[in-house]
Design a binder for this molecule. Structure first.
Ligand SMILES: [Zn+2]
Length: 690
């Protein structure tokens, strides 16, 4: 790998840099037409320097600290950097290039140092602490959003170690560096071990059950590694997709074993690495004043305490185990008919048989009903109009960051402008996989900004002149991502720190999950799901079959997810004095203690390949997927009980929850809408676990 030639950091923006000023386009849409990567690089570097100067002035002020001269001033700081980051990080995900990656490598360490310099500035923290004291003492005259902002800033700084003395700050930096090294090692070990664990097949007949294209891909994979035959490479969760198809039981066993023992022995054993990561995190949590790392994480989430996480997970374990066992009995019968005693590597294979025989849904036959633009305009936009009164007007005159990007202006029921929506739907080189929502501009009354929000997907483009047809999964994904968009568009807060989707991680997926409910809602579905040739609506029986099929396998799915979640919690509940010597024994004991140990259903991730928590951002936070789904399922019941798709329901959900972003207690906002504390019963019912 070549090192980019050192380029001098610019000290000022060049005269033609379009990021220098606030954009003059509607809703401050970035001026993409005139914008180059060099402009972005320059604005990022100069933007960081500008914000450091602004923050130094705030921290060094001779005036006594007040809410306005400290917290509000910080909210206003970094305007240039904010503009530059919004554009650059959008491009890095959806329109990357060699030059962009080069700039990313240059900027990443600078950006980390920039964040540290702000969060660990003792002079600045002293002022925030002083404002926090004033708020705690009462009589400050601040409105609730302002009070929450002070508390939020204070917690952000405390969690970053601002309350420590110099020795403590040094220790924290050292621990952070250790963690950064260890998680890099974990990730690298996993890549190498996963590659090494790929299963080589020399006899093509053993691959019976795979499609011709899959066999061919396995052949190419072998050739690429200089091997003879066919190579089945591993994907990340425990369950490998090929397990559902392979007829050869011995090959299924080999593939399963390779998957669940990944990175658990030899040179690339991640067991000791995971144990050390957990240990260092425990030490750091104690340094920051928490009992365990799980408590530190929960403090920043809507769950608030690890006891609340336990309570929820506790209600799910017994029904999930029961249903997985019942599913296992069905599968064991099928296996017995083949003269086989059901093992973990047979589960997906027989489960697929049940899905095929009992719930015949031909997914390819659905696609002609799901034409991209119809789904978007007559489905997603239509539901948003009926619920929230939003209308979407195409603005082909406004530029996106790529020719594929389309822009709509969003108005409310009274015709007043709300913001802009950008859609970037097709897969292309330089775009990372998956689907997401992000913002170019976040709504804020303080900054006078309205939202500019975008969705990115990876839909395969149809041949010229042909309609682009989506799969059912892609339809659901579009409704999901648009749920995040609605959160961003509906934002009505004063401070940018709280805008739109700036909510805790265990809450942010909730509004987007709720929006998925409209994809199969009869009134919406009839409006968009029309056969591209005949214009026929999708038959009711088909929809019923889709819904019934979705329930099969939920016992297994829930159990393997819970096992991974409880394993994540166990690793992050250890104290700073605990050193786990035998990671595999620790894992087995943790699963046993939580009541989720199963020969037939391994955790979705085992310790040695649990990338989310050992080298991603989900340490002690893997629970958040099901936490937000509890809120989602409960809210779906509330919509249904109140008449479904109505403006009254939409307005209540928007005014009390979506518009508030992070400016109020999220669970309080939920309670305002639904009328009670989160109740796991609707989720259990949805998953057939009630
Ligand atoms: Zn999402």
């Amino acid at each position: 790998m070549s090192t980019p030639a050192a380029e001098p950091a610019p000290t000022a923006l060049s005269a033609d840099n379009p990021l220098a000023e606030v954009s003059a386009l509607p809703h401050r849409l970035p001026p993409f037409t005139d914008l180059t990567l060099e402009h972005c690089r320059e604005a990022l570097l100069v933007g960081m320097a500008q914000q450091r100067a602004e923050v130094a002035a705030i921290a060094g002020s001779a005036e006594p600290a007040t809410f306005d001269n400290t917290v509000v001033a910080l909210e206003r700081s970094g305007a240039l950097l904010r503009r530059a980051q919004a554009v650059f990080y959008a491009l890095s995900s959806s329109n990357s290039s060699d030059r962009l990656r080069e700039i990313e490598r240059e900027v990443a360490p600078l950006s980390a140092a920039h964040a540290d310099a702000l969060r660990l500035d003792p002079q600045l923290f002293a002022r925030i602490d002083a404002v926090h004291d004033q708020v705690q003492a009462g009589g400050h005259g601040l409105d609730p959003e302002a009070v929450r902002l002070v508390e939020r800033y204070h917690l952000d700084f405390v969690l970053s170690g601002a309350r420590l003395d110099e020795a403590g700050r040094d220790q924290l930096k050292e621990l952070n560096q250790q963690l950064s090294r260890l998680s890099t090692t974990f990730g690298q070990n996993l890549v190498v071990a996963t590659e090494a664990a790929a299963v080589l097949v020399t006899d093509r007949a053993q691959l019976a059950g795979l499609s011709a294209a899959e066999v061919e891909a396995a052949g190419v994979a072998a050739t690429e590694r200089g091997r003879e035959g066919y190579l089945l490479t591993l994907v990340l969760p425990s369950g490998q997709p090929a397990l559902a198809k392979l007829h050869d039981r011995e090959l299924r066993r080999r593939l399963h074993e390779a998957s669940v023992t990944r990175a658990s022995a030899g040179e690339h054993d991640n067991g000791p690495v995971a144990a050390e990561i957990a240990h260092v995190r425990a030490v750091r949590a104690r340094l920051l004043g928490f009992d365990t790392h799980a408590d530190l994480v929960a403090a920043d989430q809507t769950a608030r305490t690890s006891a609340a996480v336990d309570e929820l997970l506790g209600t799910l374990v017994a029904p999930a185990v029961r249903n997985a066992r019942a599913e296992g009995e069905v599968l064991a019968e099928l296996a017995a008919a083949d003269g086989v005693e059901l093992a973990a590597w047979d589960w997906a294979y027989y489960s697929e048989q049940v899905r095929r025989d009992r719930y015949a849904v031909d997914t390819t036959a659905l696609r002609p009903f799901f034409e991209l633009d119809r789904v978007l305009v007559d489905g997603v936009f239509h539901a948003a109009r009926l619920l929230y009164g939003y209308t979407f007007t195409p603005r082909p005159d406004l530029p996106g960051y790529h020719p594929d990007v389309r822009v709509w202006e969003v108005s409310d029921a009274a015709g007043a402008p709300v913001g802009l929506y950008l859609g970037d739907f097709f897969a292309r080189d330089g775009k990372r996989g998956g689907a997401w929502m992000s913002s170019f501009v976040s709504q804020s009354r303080l900054l006078g900004t309205t939202p500019v929000v975008f969705n990115v997907m990876n839909v395969t483009r149809a041949a010229a002149g042909q309609p682009t047809l989506l799969t059912l999964d892609e339809v659901t994904t579009l409704f999901h991502e648009f749920g995040h968009t609605l959160h961003g568009l509906s934002s009505s807060v004063t401070y940018p720190r709280f805008s739109g989707t700036s909510v805790p991680r265990d809450f942010v997926e909730f509004p987007s999950q709720v929006n998925e409910m409209w994809a199969l809602w009869p009134e919406v579905l009839d409006h968009y799901a029309r056969h591209t040739d005949s214009g026929e609506p999708l038959a009711r029986e088909v929809v019923a079959a889709i819904e019934a099929a979705a329930l099969w396998g939920e016992g297994h799915g829930t159990l393997e997810y819970l096992a991974a979640t409880l394993l994540d919690q166990a690793w992050h509940r250890i104290g700073p004095d605990t050193v786990v010597e035998d990671p595999q024994a620790f894992e087995a004991a943790a699963l046993e203690a939580a009541g989720v140990a199963s020969e037939l259903v391994p955790p979705r991730y085992r310790t040695t390949y649990f990338q989310h928590v050992f080298s991603g951002g989900y340490a002690a936070g893997y629970y958040s997927y099901i936490w937000s789904e509890v809120l989602d399922a409960d809210t779906v019941e509330w919509f249904k009980a109140n008449g479904g798709l109505t403006r009254a329901n939409g307005d209540a959900f928007r005014d009390k929850l979506l518009s508030r972003g992070g400016s109020v207690d999220p669970i309080g906002a939920f309670r305002d809408v639904v009328g009670h504390d989160p109740d796991p019963a609707p989720l259990l019912a949805r998953r057939g676990l009630g």
